[in-house]
Ligand binder design. Structure first.
Ligand code: IVH
Length: 662
C-alpha cells in the first residue's frame, strides 16, 4: 500500500469513527472544524487520486450509521450534504465554478442552522412521514417524534402533497433546561445543543421529545417546479405561506463580493440569536439553473457552506492545575468559570507551559480570552489587562503532583519534567497513548479502564496489555467489568496485534516521534531491528528528521527497557516489520468494476482484459462492493443503481487516464 493510500484509509477511519460518535452516539470527540478539515482533506485526495478512493468512503455517504431501533426509510431523492468554504478565497473559487456553467444568476444567503436535517412528507396537506437523513440514501422514520415539535404543522394551510427538508435544532433555552435536568438526575450532560437535538430525535419515547422543546427551520422544497417556483427565495416564501417555519434572516445578493461583505454581518447577527448557527449557506437563487451547474455524488455544485471562524470568549481564570503527561512533561491547565464556546461548555483550557503563562502575563483571577480553534482542548489566548484586580501571581510547581519527586527543566527546553521512571501518572499516560486511536487503536482500553487496571496492579507497562488474557477471571471480578466487556477488551487487544508497524512505533511514545515521523522513519528502516541498530548520523540523513529526533530515537533503542520490550512484543506476535509496498502492476488490485452501456473505442472484452491484467475484477451487477462503474452511452439501470449507491461512475476517457492507456 502506498503512503497516500494509507493516509486515505487512515482519514476514512478517523472520519467514520467521528461520524459514528457524532451521528450515532451523539458524543463527539473532535470539533466540527477538525472534522470538516479531515473530510476536506480526504475529498481533495480522492479528487487527486481517484483510483485509491474506497467505495465505502465516508465522503460518499453524507451522514452517520442508521440505527436499528427505528424503521429505515429510503429517501425519494438522496439527501445531500454541502461543500464547505473556510475563507473568502474559497468562496471566490466556488463562484468561478458556478460562472463557468451559467450566467445571470444571484445568490440566496441563509444561516446554516446547527441541528440535524429532517425530511418531511406531506400527503394532501397532512404530515405523513418524517425521516432523518441517515447516510443520505436511507434514513430513519421518526414521524412520531417530529409530530411533537410545536413549530411543525400536522396539517398545511393548503392540501398539497410535497416533500420538505429543513433543520431540527434545540434552542439554547431548551438546551439549558435539558442539561439542568440531567444534572439533577446525575446524567452525563449534553455537550452542545446539536448533540442534544440529535439525541432527542432518536428517543423511542416521543413524550420525552415533546418535553425537550425542539424546533425546525425548513429550507428545501424537493420538487419546486411542480408548484411553479423558480427561485430559492420563492421556496422560502412558499413554505412560509403553507405554515412551515423558515428562517427570516435570508438575503438575495447579486455577486460573490456582496456575499463576502454580508458574511461579516451574519457573524455579528448570529451572536444575538437564541440558537446555534455554524455558518452561512450560499445557494444559487435560480433553481432552473441547478441542473446545468450540476452536482457531485456528495454535494450540489450550486451551493456552498461558509463556516464561521472560531469564537473567542472572555471568562475568569479561577486557578491553575497541573497535568503529568506520558513523557513526564508537566502541563499547566486553566480552571475556568464555565463558559459556552462554539456551542459547548468549556471549563478547562491548556496553558502549555511556564513560559507561555509568563510571556502572556497571565495571573490567577484574571479575566482571560479563550478560544476553541479547531482543537478539542480549548486554549487561553491572553488576559484582559484592563480588568485586572485582586490577581495572584503564578508560580510554577517544584514537585510532581503525581509522585512528589522534584521536577527538572533543561536549559533549552520550555517544559518542566518529572523524571521519576516509577511515576504513576507517566505510566498511565503511556498506556493511554499506546492504545489510543492514532496508535494501536484498542478502543475498549480507554482512559478509565487503563486507570482502573493500573490501580488494580494488572497493568504497569505496555507488555502487560498482552498478558491480560491470562487474567480473565480476575478481570471479571472488577467493578463495571462484565464478561461481555472483558471479552470485548481482550478481543480488541488481540486484534491490535495486526496493526502496522508505524502505529506501533508511534504508540511506543518515543519523544519527537509523532504519527507522521514514525511513517517517515520506517520508509528508511522498515523494521524495529533495523531501526534499533541505526546510528544518530544515519538517522539524521532521513528527510525531515533533525538532530533532536535522531538522538531521541537512538537513545530509546539503546535502553535496556526498549531492548526487552521489543523482544517481548516480537514474541507476542506484534508487527515488527513493515509490509512491502505494492508495485504498479497491481494498480487495480482488489478493485471491482461493472461495465455498462456502449463503450466507444474500447470493446467490453478489451476493457475487461485491461482491468484483470492490472489486478482488478469485473462483475455483472452493481452492489455496495462495486468500486467503479465504467459507463458508456445508453447506460441504463446499472448506472441509476450506481448513482443511488453513491458509487463512482467513470467514462472511457477517465478509465484510460486511470489505467494509463493512451
Ligand atoms: S441546504 C443539498 N440550507 O447543513 C444541500 N442546509 O452541511 C441541502 N443546514 O445537510 C442543504 N442550515 O443539515 C441547507 N439553510 C440551510 C441549512 C442547511 C443547516 C445543514 C443541513 C445540511 C448540512 C450540510
Amino acid at each position: 500500500m502506498t503512503e497516500i493510500e494509507k493516509k486515505m484509509r487512515d482519514l476514512e477511519k478517523q472520519i467514520e469513527k467521528a461520524n459514528y460518535e457524532y451521528h450515532t452516539l451523539d458524543k463527539p470527540s473532535i470539533s466540527d472544524r477538525d472534522y470538516d478539515m479531515m473530510l476536506n482533506e480526504l475529498i481533495e485526495l480522492e479528487e487527486t487520486y481517484p483510483l485509491f478512493k474506497s467505495p465505502t468512503s465516508p465522503t460518499v455517504k453524507v451522514g452517520g450509521v442508521v440505527l436499528d431501533k427505528f424503521v429505515k426509510v429510503k429517501h425519494e431523492k438522496p439527501m445531500m450534504s454541502l461543500a464547505n468554504a473556510f475563507n473568502n478565497q474559497e468562496l471566490i473559487e466556488f463562484d468561478k465554478r458556478v460562472s463557468k456553467e451559467v450566467t445571470e444568476y444571484s445568490y440566496n444567503m441563509e444561516l446554516k442552522i446547527d441541528g440535524l436535517a429532517i425530511n418531511l412528507t406531506y400527503v394532501n396537506g397532512v404530515l405523513a412521514r418524517a425521516s432523518t437523513r441517515g447516510d443520505g440514501v436511507v434514513g430513519e422514520d421518526v414521524t412520531e417524534n417530529i409530530k411533537t415539535i410545536r413549530s411543525i404543522p400536522i396539517e398545511l394551510r393548503k392540501p398539497l402533497s410535497l416533500e420538505v427538508r429543513g433543520e431540527v435544532f434545540m434552542p439554547y433555552s431548551s438546551f439549558h433546561k435539558a442539561n439542568e435536568e440531567r444534572l439533577k438526575e446525575g446524567l452525563e450532560l449534553f455537550k452542545n445543543a446539536r448533540n442534544a437535538a440529535a439525541g432527542t430525535i432518536r428517543q423511542l419515547d416521543s413524550s420525552i421529545v415533546r418535553k425537550r422543546n425542539l424546533d425546525m427551520f425548513c429550507y428545501t422544497l424537493v420538487e419546486p417546479h411542480k408548484y411553479g417556483i423558480h427561485t430559492q427565495e420563492g421556496v422560502l416564501t412558499f413554505l412560509n405561506d403553507l405554515g412551515l417555519k423558515t428562517n427570516p434572516n435570508y438575503k438575495v445578493v447579486n455577486s460573490i463580493e456582496e456575499v463576502i461583505s454580508e458574511i461579516s454581518r451574519y457573524d455579528v447577527l448570529r451572536k444575538e440569536l437564541s440558537y446555534d448557527t455554524d455558518g452561512v449557506v450560499i445557494k444559487v437563487n435560480e433553481l432552473d439553473k441547478y441542473d446545468q451547474i450540476g452536482q457531485t455524488v456528495k454535494y450540489p455544485k450550486w451551493a456552498i457552506a461558509y463556516k464561521f471562524a472560531p469564537e473567542e470568549v472572555v471568562t475568569t481564570l479561577n486557578s491553575i492545575t497541573f497535568q503529568v503527561g506520558r513523557t513526564g512533561v508537566i502541563t499547566p491547565v486553566a480552571e475556568l468559570s464555565p463558559v459556552m464556546i462554539s456551542g459547548s461548555l468549556v471549563s478547562r483550557a491548556t496553558l502549555h507551559n511556564e513560559d507561555y503563562i509568563k510571556a502572556l502575563d497571565i495571573e490567577i483571577n484574571d479575566k482571560v480570552i479563550v478560544r476553541k480553534a479547531g482543537e478539542i482542548i480549548p486554549e487561553v489566548v491572553g488576559p484582559v489587562l484592563e480588568e485586572r484586580k485582586n490577581t495572584i501571581k503564578f508560580e510554577m510547581i517544584k514537585t510532581c503532583p503525581s509522585c512528589g519527586d522534584l521536577l527538572h527543566r533543561e536549559a533549552e527546553e520550555a517544559d518542566w519534567f518529572c523524571v521519576n521512571p516509577g511515576c504513576p501518572a507517566q505510566h498511565i499516560g503511556k498506556l493511554i497513548h499506546f492504545s489510543s486511536r492514532g496508535a494501536m487503536n484498542i478502543d475498549t482500553l480507554g482512559e478509565k479502564v487503563v486507570v482502573q487496571l493500573f490501580e488494580e496492579n494488572l497493568l504497569k507497562d505496555i507488555r502487560d496489555i498482552y498478558v491480560l488474557k491470562d487474567q480473565k477471571e480476575r478481570l471479571m471480578t472488577l467493578d463495571r467489568m462484565g464478561e461481555k466487556k472483558v471479552d470485548n477488551l481482550l478481543m480488541a487487544i488481540e486484534n491490535s496485534k495486526s496493526m502496522p508497524l508505524d502505529k506501533l512505533l508511534f504508540g511506543l511514545g518515543i519523544k519527537h516521534v509523532g504519527a507522521k515521523v514514525a511513517k517517515i522513519i520506517l520508509k528508511r528502516y522498515p523494521s524495529l531491528e533495523l531501526l534499533s541498530n541505526a546510528s544518530v548520523e544515519d538517522l539524521k540523513t532521513i528527510p525531515d528528521i533533525g538532530l533532536a529526533t535522531a538522538e531521541s530515537i537512538h537513545h530509546f533503542f539503546h535502553t535496556e527497557y526498549a531492548r526487552k520490550l521489543i523482544q517481548d512484543l516480537k514474541e507476542i506476535g506484534l508487527q515488527v516489520e513493515m509490509e512491502v509496498t505494492e508495485t504498479t502492476s497491481n494498480l487495480l488490485q482488489d478493485k471491482t468494476f461493472v461495465l455498462t452501456g456502449k463503450l466507444e473505442t474500447l470493446g467490453r472484452e478489451e476493457a475487461q482484459t485491461i482491468i484483470e491484467k492490472l489486478g482488478g475484477k469485473v462483475s455483472g451487477s452493481v452492489s455496495k462492493k462495486t468500486d467503479y462503474v465504467l459507463a458508456g452511452s445508453d447506460a441504463g439501470s446499472k448506472l441509476e443503481k450506481a448513482i443511488s449507491l453513491g458509487i463512482e461512475v467513470i467514462d472511457e476517457k477517465r478509465f484510460k487516464e486511470m489505467t494509463s492507456i493512451e
